[in-house]
Design a protein around this ligand. Sequence first.
Ligand SMILES: Cc1cc2nc3c(=O)[nH]c(=O)nc-3n(C[C@H](O)[C@H](O)[C@H](O)COP(=O)(O)O)c2cc1C
Length: 347
Amino acid sequence: MSYSTAVRDIWRHRDLEGARSDFAPLVHYATLAASSHNTQPWIFELGTREIKVRPDFARRCQEVDPDDHHLFVSLGCAVENLAQAARAAGLQAHAHYDSRTESIRVDLERVSAAASDLFLAIPERRCTRARFAKQGLTPGQWVELERVARGFGVDIHVLTARQEIERIVEFVAAGNEAQFSSTPWAREMRHWLRFNDRDALRTGDGLYGRLFGIPSIPAWLGRAMMPVVATAERQNQRDAEQIRSSAGIIVFSSAREGRSFQVEVGRCYERFALRATSLGLSTAFINQPVEVPLLRKKFAAEMGLGSRRPDLVVRIGYGPAVAHSLRRPLDDVIARGAEEMRWKRSA
Ligand SMILES: Cc1cc2nc3c(=O)[nH]c(=O)nc-3n(C[C@H](O)[C@H](O)[C@H](O)COP(=O)(O)O)c2cc1C
């Protein structure tokens, strides 16, 4: 199968006819959510009236995400897509983080079906790591975006002034310097990079090199060349251009540390990205300032966040249509009830 055939098969709407009793189509939409390094760190346990979204710790990224913050934000992204798809199928989702099982329980209550604009945008959303057209958003667009991006304990700061954006350029550069100088961080990055179509198709996950401006090359060559060609200096230049081309930067922050807040941040981000998509806008993460612990503290102070945690940094604007990344098959992420879980564990 070619990369473009796989994309067409993955990034499409599915029939929700029987989805009130067989939840698999809902999981399809959940898997189209953003996830850190495209690790897709989720397992969906299907019950009769609920779905449990569990972390797959085998997919954690120790170096870029030592406290599993991004992992739980990613689960939140998936839960939001799940909730939007459930409503389109005639199910109202009620999600609660359960600290005992470290999972999110999504109870599904029967209601009338309603497909929101956010739901319709799910197969269109993607991260656009490219230059945007230097064009501002209208006040109406900002209102629409801000309305969906806040949640319980989750707030956003919107930066549009040139001086503020220059400060973001500096923070991202400082993050790149710290990350590129770490050998374990670079090793982890190489592990999740997919250097050509075959490499990406083999795993259905990871960071598709073409989306980062890396030409299609054999994986062994890519891994060998990375330490030489991927430098903080090059990355800084690329990031600075892309950040300066953006209409604005959005900083998501949460009231406190904790898994339930991280899940909520993910839900807020995903709604924000879907709304942006439905408005014809593009988004991309520039999370370096919140990924390096010391820098995160400075960044929180710079943003005047007090004790709040800065969770995500995202840029927005009018971008080109870029390729989608891949997803793993549903069978790899669905566990059908406790029986199967037991069977899988003993296999
Ligand atoms: C919590 C979180 C953190 C992320 N951080 C970054 C980042 O710093 N830089 C980046 O380019 N993409 C980042 N991403 C985007 C993922 O790499 C992206 O969602 C994944 O590759 C799948 O691609 P898609 O969103 O286009 O489907 C992040 C995503 C999440 C959910």
